[in-house]
Design a protein around this ligand. Structure first.
Ligand code: BGC
Length: 485
């Protein structure tokens, strides 16, 4: 068989039809309801204690930190009160040895240190004034409220939220594994590390990145409708939406503002259908899961988010390469796969290469060729090789985009907002939606194929990027939390 046909055989394994999408939506709606009724379900449906969305008039200076998948970000956000904000941010890669470790202490020490450096660099006047005063402070005098920075902590992992500024880690996801931290209050872990450095910072709110994205979209989005859903399609994937309190049947302990009758719910949809009632499953998905840090968990995320798409693609390509009868990367005597090629290593194919493949519209795929040589250390691939790479990688991402429409479609239908005249607004963030060409278009097209949405419904749905969503959102929630105090 020609290589192109072999590639199409693999492509077909990633088919996810419109009928599948519709079945997925029904299963998602079922699991959403189940998650609102009891704990321990596949979709965690975590009440977040956030009971209202901002309207753009919020004002003030807040700090925010964001521990996500790959980087740690520290920022200060000056909310202008007119839907605008000014953001000062720094970003640092999280050292790998802190992500998988025995103890979480070094990780939180590292985070606190970054906060200290940020304050020294960007808010030194304020910081020095505080240090001066602290030296003269008697032990019974308290630090003045105005000297303290209120900080929103975006922690992008599943947390059982107990209050706006308290929550215990349910499990790690993405590239993290520090078993000792599971069950601990992550806000306290950060506050303790901050206090050890005597910083004038109070961790006022604990926020999932999807909740931050939802808040930011509501703060900045044009028009009167506030967003109903905030979603991340980045290293990991997840969504948080606005739910009616009376549909949350499981107990929500502690105090929160009951006046709106609403609460933001963090679905933790990365774990949608862990039992594989519905999700598509190729041999590559199975292998990826088996060799992952958390087999059997985050099964939806492992088919959708940036951390995993490159690896699925790698395993699929490797399947072709391993077969001596198939010519991939070997038909031409000049083609060489270097021993240290990422093709032969777990996580060795960065998902960014999938974007490069989709971007290259040239006939000879020269940009893709250059990237494969540089990134994957596969030299002089033939045009047929490049086409096979492009087609397989596009199929992996197409399936991910169609799968992405499943929770979005379900939440839109569940909101009932399509029946009103209003636009249904959704805020998204993350490398996949931001950088993969036409990812959002593929999601929109799929939404139109969902029963109950259709072409007409899809026209009423607006999916907009909420850039820097998690940082600004965390600041907004820190503001609300400070007011509540
Ligand atoms: C985490 C979520 C997070 C998402 C996006 C997932 O792995 O479980 O809490 O929102 O990644 O960062």
């Amino acid at each position: 068989m020609a290589l192109s046909e072999e590639a199409q055989r693999i492509v077909a394994k990633f088919d996810y039809t419109n009928e599948d999408v519709n079945e997925g939506v029904q299963e998602f709606l079922r699991q959403m309801k189940e998650g609102l009724e009891k704990d321990g379900t596949s979709l965690s449906q975590i009440p977040t204690y956030v009971t209202s969305a901002p309207n753009g008039t919020e004002k003030g200076l807040y700090l925010a930190v964001d521990l996500g998948g790959t980087n740690f970000r520290v920022c200060s956000v000056l909310l202008g009160g007119d839907s605008t904000f000014n953001l000062t941010a720094t970003k640092v890669a999280i050292p790998k040895d802190l992500m998988v470790a025995e103890s979480s202490k070094p990780l939180f020490q590292f985070l606190a240190k970054q906060v200290e450096e940020f304050l020294r660099t960007h808010h030194d006047d304020h910081f020095q004034a505080y240090i001066q005063r602290r030296k003269t402070l008697s032990s019974i005098e308290r630090v003045r409220e105005e000297e303290i920075f209120h900080l929103g902590f975006t922690f992008s992992f599943p947390v059982q939220q107990l209050a706006i500024n308290k929550g215990t880690l349910i499990r790690w996801t993405k590239g993290f594994d520090i078993p000792e931290a599971v069950g601990k209050d992550v806000c306290k872990l950060l506050q303790d590390a901050i206090d050890d450095l005597h910083l004038p910072v109070k961790v006022s709110a604990l926020v999932n990145d999807t909740v931050g994205t939802l808040m930011t979209r509501s703060y900045t989005s044009p028009g009167k409708e506030s967003a109903i859903l905030g979603a991340i399609f980045g290293t990991g994937t997840n969504g948080a939406y606005i739910e009616k309190m009376d549909k949350i049947k499981k107990p929500v302990q502690g105090s929160y503002d009951k006046s709106t009758g609403l609460m933001v719910v963090n679905t933790e949809w990365g774990s949608f259908d862990n039992q594989l009632n519905h999700l598509p499953d190729t041999p590559y998905d199975t292998q990826l899961d088996k060799e992952s840090l958390n087999p059997g968990l985050q099964m939806y995320e492992k088919r959708v988010s940036g951390m995993f798409l490159g690896e699925i693609c790698r395993l699929a390509l490797l399947d072709l390469v391993k077969d001596p009868a198939i010519s991939l990367f070997k038909n031409d005597s000049q083609t060489t796969v270097a021993e240290e090629s990422g093709l032969n290593k777990q996580w060795g194919l960065d998902s960014a290469l999938l974007s490069t493949a989709a971007e290259d519209e040239s006939e000879d795929l020269s940009k893709l060729k250059a990237s494969i040589e540089k990134e994957l250390k596969i030299f002089a691939p033939s045009l047929e090789d490049l086409k096979a790479f492009r087609d397989v990688s596009a199929a992996v991402v197409r399936r991910a985009a169609k799968l992405s429409a499943v929770p979005i479609g379900a939440i839109v239908l569940d909101s009932g907002n399509l029946e009103t005249d209003e636009i249904v607004d959704i805020g998204v963030d993350g490398s996949l939606v931001e950088y993969y060409p036409k990812f959002r278009d593929m999601v929109m097209e799929t939404l139109a194929s969902i029963e109950g949405i259709g072409e007409a419904g899809a026209k009423k749905i607006r999916i907009g990027i909420a850039k820097d969503g998690s940082g600004v959102g965390a600041a907004l929630i820190a503001l609300v939390a400070t007011r509540m105090e």
